[in-house]
Ligand binder design. Structure first.
Ligand code: FAD
Ligand code: SF4
Length: 536
């Protein structure tokens, strides 16, 4: 199977010829302009950095398709389906206004056969293009299916990322561990972002130590800019409620940016109002404050409405202007330049084997309350309820609440992956899978994370106010009213001793476990077993 990266590092000018001479035309001594059918997928909504950049609107044609299979393969949150379809329809309208010829297949068009392959085949029959062209699809499954169905498909690099895939490939070559930190430093050097004379701005690569404060519940948080649906979005909302009524959430409160102009307004709003405080509260969680000082730009970045380098430069400028402190700006740039580029590189470096990793042998069904939020654990109720309401939870909620709980109970790694892929508006497999399987579930055996993100209720108490409104007592370790995270944590530690004991970062944890007397260990494991026995 061809898993090699496409020529993403090729300069745009070398990607494809502007004109080609076909054999028959050449034989006749004519110059013939090739007519391409350019397939634009739902997360390829930009001209810059995609196949559209070197295409010719006079004689090429764009194909965009809304296909049922992609909305059903996983039961995506209604906001996510509305976001994709509305952003696609707006993008197509913008292309048409710019003089492009766009063949747009709507979800409810008669004759729509519901899959990319069938719709591309129908479009090829309609238009008889000289070439079928696509930007490197972001998802392994889609890329593989299209390359198999259309062996002559011309693939153009997706240069909407800061690092070409080869940069990651070369960096990863021969390395035993693929930690973010060193890839991030490489990209800081290559881009010059927050660098002065090859040294990190302020003398440190990382200001995480300043970015672990809990949030003050009495503080006022600037609400993020939201966008009222226009006529296009409203018609998509109706369509989604009618066709995907049983999926998570309600289309009624949809307010995500669906155009580049809206995404830029959302970015402006973040840079002005929340970036200055981003660092300090980056890891904090508060009941009824789903967004805190986060940017909410992941869906716009992932669809192509914002460019990641542009975003990093905007943040850097805020630091240079003195409107945001270094710990906030470095913390933010680390996410976009570091984590986002790193997980994309890791995904293409390790797929398709990566998706089947399950290093801890986790096989428990994901509890039903992940789909409803109906649980007595206040932290999970908060994170899941806001996920249902908005298709959004911030990083620490994903990692340390829903992620840690799934890890501790041994939830099936694939179920967990599919849940994250379904419920977040920004969830595309290339970014979701490494975050879920690798960082959150330790299913890759430590390729991404140096130790599992397992924690007891004490971490949640420190970083949130969830425990104040919980029926469980975070201070108690065993018994029916003890915080379940506490016993589950020690049960996880004991259960995986054979795999994790040799991990140097787990040494202190195992020393504490072994210092406990038998009665204490037995009580903790019995308490965990009682809780697990009651999980549906
Ligand atoms: P901010 O907190 O404001 O961060 C700024 C930007 O940095 C984000 O918009 C995002 O583009 C980038 N970023 C931050 N952390 C990461 C990360 N770990 N990996 C990649 N990019 C990052 N992010 C997605 O875009 N799609 C996903 O499907 C996704 N699934 C996740 C699953 C799990 C289990 C975990 C732990 C994290 C996941 N993330 C995912 C990463 C992160 O949680 C989201 O990018 C972030 O919460 C989006 O909200 P925001 O835009 O307000 O981000
Ligand atoms: Fe979550 Fe435990 Fe706190 Fe309840 S007591 S909110 S279950 S950490």
């Amino acid at each position: 199977m061809d898993n090699s990266p496409s020529p993403v590092s090729q300069p745009v000018s070398q990607r494809r010829p502007a004109l080609r001479i076909t054999n028959t035309a050449a034989a006749r001594g004519e110059i013939y302009q090739v007519s391409d059918l350019i397939v634009v997928l739902g997360d390829q909504l930009s001209v810059q950095g995609t196949a559209l950049e070197t295409a010719h609107r006079e004689h090429d044609r764009v194909l965009m398709m809304e296909v049922e299979d992609e909305s059903r393969i996983i039961p995506h949150h209604k906001h996510k389906i509305v976001l994709f379809l509305s952003a696609m329809r707006h993008f197509a309208a913008g292309l048409r206004a710019d003089g492009w010829s766009v063949d747009y297949v709507k979800l409810d068009d008669p004759g729509n056969q519901g899959s990319f392959a069938s719709e591309i085949a129908r479009a090829v029959a309609r238009h008889k293009p000289d070439r079928l062209v696509i930007t490197h699809p972001g998802e392994y499954r889609v890329r593989h299916a299209l390359k198999t169905a259309f062996p002559d498909l011309v693939e153009v690099a997706d240069t909407r990322f800061i690092a070409p895939l080869e940069t990651f490939q070369q960096w990863a070559e021969g390395r035993k561990s693929l930690r973010l930190e060193y890839f991030y430093r490489l990209l800081r050097r290559q881009t010059g972002l927050l660098m002065s004379d090859d040294r990190p701005e302020g003398g440190q690569w990382n200001y995480d130590a300043d970015n672990r404060a809990p949030a003050d519940p009495d503080q006022n948080f600037a609400p993020p800019k939201r966008f009222a649906p226009d006529a296009i979005t409203r018609s998509v909302m109706d369509l989604v409620e009618a066709r995907f009524g049983d999926h998570m959430g309600s289309a009624a409160n949809f307010s995500w940016p669906v155009t580049r102009a809206e995404a830029q307004a959302a970015l402006d709003d973040f840079i002005t109002h929340r970036l200055p405080h981003f660092g300090a509260t980056q890891d904090a969680m508060l009941t009824d404050e789903p967004f805190l000082n986060h940017s909410l730009i992941s869906s716009s970045l992932n669809l192509g409405l914002l460019d990641p380098l542009e975003v990093c430069h905007r943040a850097k400028q805020a630091y240079l202007d003195g409107s945001a402190p270094l710990n906030a700006v470095e913390g933010f740039i680390r996410q976009v330049l570091g984590w986002r580029e790193y997980v994309r590189g890791l995904y293409w470096h390790t797929m398709p084997a990566y998706q089947d990793r399950n290093a801890l042998g986790a096989n428990r069904p994901l509890p039903a309350f992940y789909w409803t939020g109906e649980t007595e654990l206040a932290c999970l109720r908060a994170a899941i309820s806001q996920t249902i309401a908005h298709g959004y939870a911030h990083h620490i909620q994903r990692l340390m609440i829903t992620g840690t709980f799934a890890l501790l109970i041994g939830a099936d790694a694939k179920d967990v992956h599919e849940w994250y892929l379904a419920v977040y508006v920004d969830a595309l497999e290339w970014v979701e899978l490494p975050n879920t399987l690798g960082m959150s579930q330790f299913a890759d055996g430590g390729m991404m994370a140096s130790k599992p993100y397992a924690a007891s209720g004490q971490y949640i108490k420190r970083m949130s106010n969830y425990c104040n409104g919980c029926r469980y007592k975070v201070s108690k370790r065993t018994g029916p009213d003890a915080c379940p995270f506490n016993a589950l944590y020690w049960d996880f530690v004991a259960r995986h001793e054979d795999v994790l004991q040799a991990n140097p970062r787990m040494g202190p944890v195992y020393r504490t476990w072994h210092r406990m007397d038998d009665a204490k260990q037995t009580a903790l494991r019995a308490s965990a077993a009682d809780f697990l026995g009651g999980l549906a």
